[in-house]
Design a protein around this ligand. Structure first.
Ligand SMILES: CCCCCCCCCCCCC/C=C/[C@@H](O)[C@H](COP(=O)(O)O)NC(C)=O
Ligand SMILES: Nc1ncnc2c1ncn2[C@@H]1O[C@H](COP(=O)(O)OP(=O)(O)O)[C@@H](O)[C@H]1O
Ligand SMILES: [Ca+2]
Length: 571
């Protein structure tokens, strides 16, 4: 713990000067972690008018790791000050014509960040240049910050604003942070995936940025993972293959319909906040589920794998893409009224007891201790060879047969604006597990109550027809094996809804008795799947959701009185 006033004194001081800020003289100090300033006593006395009523000195401080950039002042930057006090600003500029601007991250509300600026003036050009040089030297030490990014924009995601969002809100910030970019506006579905798989020269980039929704993110995810496996000679069709983690980080600029991956890793869907997380080079590891059908690879998933309700909503909504994000509301109501259920059998390998429980109310937050333990490859080998022993300890594979309205596997909370706590509020981003939620056949009213609990404080798992398990793997087999020929099957469709049963009672209808999997917003072609969680396979430019209460130093817009007994953490 360091006393804030000490920062102003000698603590590892790199630079100390008297400069001007907002027409007042300030003492500015830079050390390796903090840039701090306070008004000089002389200036305080002058501005308070009467010497014996001088105000208390306030210290402003911001963390070096949250500085976006430092530049010589542009001429139009003093606008706000000019409005406040045109004459004073003129005088400052005349007496202290050399100025530099520090752009930094300021927290606003609800996990939202913005880029603010503080301008310092000096009469001495060399001094101003020295400040820029030394701050830039400190920023250069932050080697995890990306210098070069490959950006993919889906111009048709969400409300079709991806291109404008990028150009107006994100590109100027990347420019200010001196990040170079190559931008590709996609021309068709899977353009980004295919480009990443085979063409992109990934050695050139520190990260890939996805401007779009969960579906677009899924393209980037598939492109990057496949490329990494191909480059390392790993066959993704092997369900037990240990996949190689991707070295390139992924940034998400939300411009889709649900944007749950962004929301659940940052806490808000705001393009500027996401751009700032990219600029500072945040790193959030994330679990990825690999999905197989028999021995062939189908897809990867990081958020929701949903069969039944969410599969049906997605399938229906695809036909209404022209409506934009509102399609999910309409398809949601329609699917709810249909009230379909599906028979099948689900077997799963529970996670060890020390991995917590989906109902333990311990939410995954920035720096989450549950996610800190990444199994090394040695651990993984141990896990593989000792799998039987381990699974015996936790009870081994379990199988549940039944009639389900929904089967959801949430590898992360799946929080989104529609459901701020998400499908599984206590799921972890990087713990190597997924929360398997089974919603059995129940009445419409019961299911509605369950759905509504996703939007309020009540526990959506507290129903007799809902169970939830934290698992490392699971397999699903629908009741009717799709390998049978359709003529063999005489099962009637499982419908309780308003929709008339369209096929004759004796004709089995595959469409009606099987749902589809919603895999991060993409429809999967198979109902029978094998799922295995690959711990921490990718990294995002994010840090997880921050606790609301930040250490004071992280909020540079706060003014602190010099409190001799107050200690602040600067590390
Ligand atoms: C009657 C009241 C109902 C309220 C139900 C609230 C539950 C909402 C839980 C939503 C969980 C969404 C998980 C994320 C899914 C996305 O991957 C996917 C695709 O998102 P995208 O369109 O690509 O941004 N969106 C949907 C709705 O399936
Ligand atoms: N240029 C394009 N034209 C048509 N579809 C595209 C294009 N680029 C990406 N897509 C596809 O659009 C789908 C939806 O994209 P997404 O950005 O997730 O928006 P939304 O959240 O509205 O679904 C994804 O499946 C993606 O593969
Ligand atoms: Ca997880």
């Amino acid at each position: 713990m360091t006393r804030l006033s000490d920062i102003m004194e000698t603590q590892d001081r790199l630079l100390f000067s008297k400069l001007f800020h907002k027409h007042r003289q300030v003492e500015v100090t830079l050390n390796r972690s903090v840039l701090a300033w306070k008004e000089t006593e002389k200036s305080r006395k002058r501005s308070s008018g009467i010497s014996n009523r001088a105000e208390t000195a306030h210290i402003h401080a911001l963390q070096v790791c949250e500085i976006v950039a430092v530049h010589t002042k542009d001429d139009d930057q003093d606008n706000k000050e000019t409005r406040r006090s045109r004459a004073e600003a003129k005088q400052t500029s005349r007496l202290h014509p050399h100025a530099f601007t520090v752009s930094y991250i300021r927290r606003t509300r609800q996990h939202q960040w913005c880029c603010s600026e503080v301008i310092f003036h000096s009469a001495n050009q060399a001094l101003s240049e020295q400040w820029i040089k030394v701050i830039n030297e400190q920023l250069a030490l932050l080697t995890h910050r990306p210098k070069s990014l490959l950006v993919y924009i889906n111009p048709y995601g969400g409300k079709r604003r991806g291109k404008r969002i990028y150009e107006q809100k994100v590109a100027p910030l990347f420019g200010r942070a001196c990040i170079s970019t190559d931008v590709i506006v996609t021309e068709r579905a899977n353009h980004a995936r295919d480009h990443l798989k085979t063409e992109a020269n990934l050695d050139k980039y520190d990260g890939v940025v996805c401007v779009g929704g969960d579906g677009m993110f899924s393209e980037i995810l598939h492109g990057l993972i496949s490329r990494t496996q191909t480059d390392n000679g790993v066959d993704p069709n092997q369900p037990d293959a240990e996949l190689v983690p991707c070295s390139v980080h992924i940034g998400i600029i939300p411009a889709g319909s649900t944007d749950c991956i962004c929301f659940a890793t940052v806490g808000t869907n705001d393009p500027v906040t996401s751009a700032l997380h990219i600029i500072v080079g945040d790193s959030q590891p994330m679990d990825v589920c690999s999905v197989h059908h028999n021995d062939s690879f189908l897809r990867y998933s990081v958020s929701l794998l949903g069969y039944g309700f969410y599969g049906d909503v997605l399938k229906d909504s695809e036909r209404k893409r022209w409506m934009g994000p509102a399609r999910y509301d309409l398809s949601g109501v329609k699917t709810f009224l249909s009230h379909n259920y599906y028979e099948g059998s689900i077997s799963f390998l529970p996670a060890e007891n020390n991995m917590g429980d989906p109902r333990d109310k311990l939410q995954c937050r920035s720096g989450c201790s549950v996610c800190q333990h990444k199994p090394s490859s040695k651990d993984t080998q141990w896990e593989m060879s000792e799998e039987k022993e381990m699974s015996d300890k936790v009870g081994g594979w379990r199988t549940i047969r039944g009639k389900f309205i929904a089967i959801n596997a949430a590898s992360m909370s799946c929080a989104c604006p529609r459901s701020p706590k998400g499908l599984s509020p206590s799921a972890h981003l990087a713990d190597g597990t997924t929360d398997l939620i089974l919603v059995r056949k129940c009445s419409r009213l019961d299911f509605l109550t369950h759905l509504l609990r996703h939007t309020n404080k009540e526990d959506q798992f507290d129903h007799s027809f809902v169970e939830v398990h934290r698992v490392r793997r699971f397999n699903f087999q629908p009741q009717q094996n799709e390998m049978h020929s359709l003529e063999d099957l005489t099962e009637t469709p499982k419908k309780t809804g308003f929709r008339p049963i369209c096929s004759a009672q004796t004709n089995y209808n595959y469409q009606d008795s099987h749902s589809s999997w919603n895999c991060d917003g993409e429809i999967l072609p198979h109902a029978a799947i094998r799922v295995s969680v690959q711990p921490q396979l990718i990294r995002l430019f994010a840090r997880g959701i921050e606790e609301q209460q930040q250490s004071l130093l992280e909020d540079p817009c706060t003014l602190w009185a010099l409190e001799p007994n107050t200690h602040y953490s600067v590390d």
